[in-house]
Design a protein around this ligand. Structure first.
Ligand code: HEM
Length: 169
């Protein structure tokens, strides 16, 4: 049995101040033979509670107590304080934290989060756009005509002028 503590989102959310700041950051946990290999992090032993069918890929969110790190965080304490009470894995990854940063995390590790307490992400559905006409042909024809019609009128005028001149002479 794993001795890692498991917290609910509600429990973690209570720790959201400068004097007591917990974060939920996860990662893709790849399992190779009996080891869980978290990218850029030292391998940890496979959790026997993870069902066998999930053994080639599993996702595990973890809870970190970063209270002591707030002042030293190179990205500032504000960003950490506004990262409480939610899964900030994507934000953490978007910053592109270095391997050094990832190695530091072990120092602040508290336990796992019960992922069933984290609300499922809502998938972004783009609003329906009015049908966009990909066919540019009519626009193109109008542009050509705008150029050709005055040219044709000019040509006609020149032709009439030449004709009337030759008639009179
Ligand atoms: C235990 C958790 C965390 C640790 C140990 C940590 C550590 C670090 C370290 C060492 C850096 C310096 C750059 C690097 O080496 O990558 C850094 C930068 C930064 N971190 Fe974190 N961080 C943590 C969580 C977070 C979270 C949750 C956010 C929020 C999204 C965040 C946002 C930033 C930002 C914005 C920078 C500045 C990046 C830059 O200036 O290029 N960090 N962090």
């Amino acid at each position: 049995m794993s001795s890692t503590k498991v917290f609910t989102l509600e429990e973690v959310a209570k720790h959201n101040t400068k004097d007591d700041c917990w974060l939920i950051i996860g990662g893709k946990v790849y399992i190779s033979s009996l080891l869980l290999l978290l990218p850029h992090r030292p391998p940890v032993m496979a959790d026997p509670q993870i069902p066998a069918q999930d053994l080639d890929f599993a996702s595990r969110n973890q809870v970190y107590d970063v209270t002591k790190f707030l002042e030293d965080h190179p990205g500032g304490d504000d960003v950490l304080l506004s990262s409480t009470a939610k899964d900030v894995t994507d934000d953490f990854e978007d910053v592109g934290h270095s391997t050094t940063a990832r190695a530091m995390m072990d120092e602040y590790f508290l336990g796992d989060i019960d992922s069933s307490t984290i609300p499922a992400r809502t998938k972004y559905v783009p609003p329906k756009q009015p049908h966009y006409n990909q066919d540019k042909t009519p626009e193109f024809i109008i542009k050509i005509l705008q150029f050709l019609v005055p040219l044709a009128i000019l040509g006609l005028a020149v032709a009439v002028r030449i004709y009337t001149k030759s008639e009179s002479s």
